[in-house]
Design a protein around this ligand. Structure first.
Ligand code: GAL
Length: 418
């Protein structure tokens, strides 16, 4: 492979305008049949992104074997643009950060066998007060398609006039219209682009109530944020999980509830000076995102990933729950003082059960076949220990699960060899 600098030079020299973009008959509709997996720049870099970092992250995605584990999208969040448009109305890219424009970055990401994502906002400004798409939706969608964007995070902020307050109080019909408009523009632009949305107009008395955006949002988007921004914090992580829990009937191939990006291994993104999550909590965070069939967008610096973090983010047995072809979001069946049992129905008559210990001390957890609608014996495998536990009939009682820990089990019919 040519090195990164040569590659960029070649692309800049070739120019980008002459490239041919075929049109797809039904763009967007056949995408995200399983929850999208990738990396997003916001949790670890905020707005401090640039060409070199995004390209390095694509390299790291491949070199760290995250790509092999199923991670595909490199998503560049807020911060790539200025707050201006040029004479023809196109967003002016921040050339201090992206001296060669965005297409070069997208092409580089593609050259590593990955897909490229970008961030935009329906309002006048993005959350970082940079240029939003209001009034220029088709032009922006066309530019995204031309650049080779495969994923758009369309984030509700500062709508319509640039203030956060305006965004919170926008009538819900206008909110819906803004998201539908971009859907329409993406379709017209003719490139399959995963459409990832997030709104703040479903906020009631300061609390997100995403049920208000469903079910209409799932008819236009591939994933939708269910709550406030996550941070590297146990309580906030659980809050994001809780905002997603009751929305399980809406998820399925093509549309996923999005509790926000992952914080596994992202030690920088602490909340109010509190300690970040420890390894046990990271494991729980990752397990529960997979149980609720959440998009898996890593938020750590992939260039500096410690082995114990790779082990979590690349636990293929846990990822397989998230990516199961049936596309059923798991749900909580019991919650008893911080001791919770969650169940996810999988393909091939298999079931995943997560025993979640939210308590501050170790506990043992149990469940019965009756509680999860089973009969007959089941083989049980522990997906963190990677170990067969044996054949069980009627019920299961765990060993001690550490404080804030989880045990994730795979139950298969005895005759099932999978
Ligand atoms: C927020 C969004 C974050 C991030 C940020 C960028 O509205 O929830 O995930 O995208 O904007 O400014």
């Amino acid at each position: 492979m040519t090195n990164r600098r040569d590659f960029v030079k070649q692309l800049v020299k070739a120019g980008t305008a002459t490239l041919f973009f075929p049109s797809w008959p039904d763009p967007g509709r056949h995408l995200a049949l399983t929850p999208p997996m990738g990396w997003n720049s916001y949790n670890c870099f905020g707005g401090r992104i640039n060409e070199a970092k995004i390209m390095a992250m694509a390299d790291a995605m491949v070199n760290s074997r995250m790509k092999e584990a199923g991670y595909q999208y490199i998503v560049m969040d807020d911060g790539w643009m200025t707050n201006e448009r040029d004479k023809k109305g196109h967003i002016v890219v921040n050339t201090g950060k992206f001296p060669n424009g965005i297409k070069v970055v997208a092409d580089y990401v593609h050259s590593r066998g990955l897909k490229f994502g970008i961030y935009a906002s329906p309002g006048r400004y993005t959350c970082m007060k940079l240029m939003g798409s209001l009034g220029h939706e088709q032009l922006d969608a066309d530019d995204f398609a031309k650049w080779g964007v495969d994923f758009l995070k369309y984030d509700w902020c500062r709508y319509p006039d640039g203030t956060i307050q305006g965004a919170l109080t926008t009538p819900r019909d206008s909110c819906r219209a803004a998201f539908e408009l971009m859907r329409h523009c993406l379709d017209k632009a003719g490139r399959p682009i995963v459409y990832s949305t997030g709104d703040k107009c479903s906020t009631v008395a300061g609390v997100h109530s995403q049920k208000r955006a469903l079910p209409w949002i799932k008819t236009i988007a591939n994933m939708h944020r269910t709550g406030r921004d996550i941070r590297n914090n146990w309580e906030l992580m659980l809050h994001c999980l809780d905002t997603t829990a009751d929305l399980w009937p809406y998820a399925g191939p093509g549309y996923w509830n999005d509790p926000d990006m992952l914080e596994v291994g992202n030690d920088k993104h602490r909340y109010r000076g509190q300690p970040g999550m420890d390894l046990t909590e990271y494991r729980t965070h990752f397990s529960m995102w997979c149980m609720v069939a959440a998009p898996l967008m890593a938020g750590n610096d992939l260039r500096k990933m410690k082995p114990e973090i790779s082990e979590i983010l690349m636990n293929k047995e846990i990822i397989a729950l998230d990516q199961d072809a049936l596309g059923v979001q798991g749900h909580r069946i019991t919650a008893d003082g911080g001791k919770e049992v969650w169940v996810k129905t999988l393909s091939d008559s298999r079931i995943a059960v997560a025993l979640l210990n939210k308590c501050k001390k170790p506990v043992r957890l149990k469940f019965s076949w009756e509680q999860i609608g089973l009969s007959g014996p089941r083989k049980i495998r522990d997906l963190w220990e990677h170990k067969e536990l044996g054949i069980y009939k009627g019920g299961f009682k765990s060993k001690e699960i550490p404080a804030h820990g989880v045990m994730v089990l795979l139950l298969r019919p005895v005759e099932n060899n999978i």
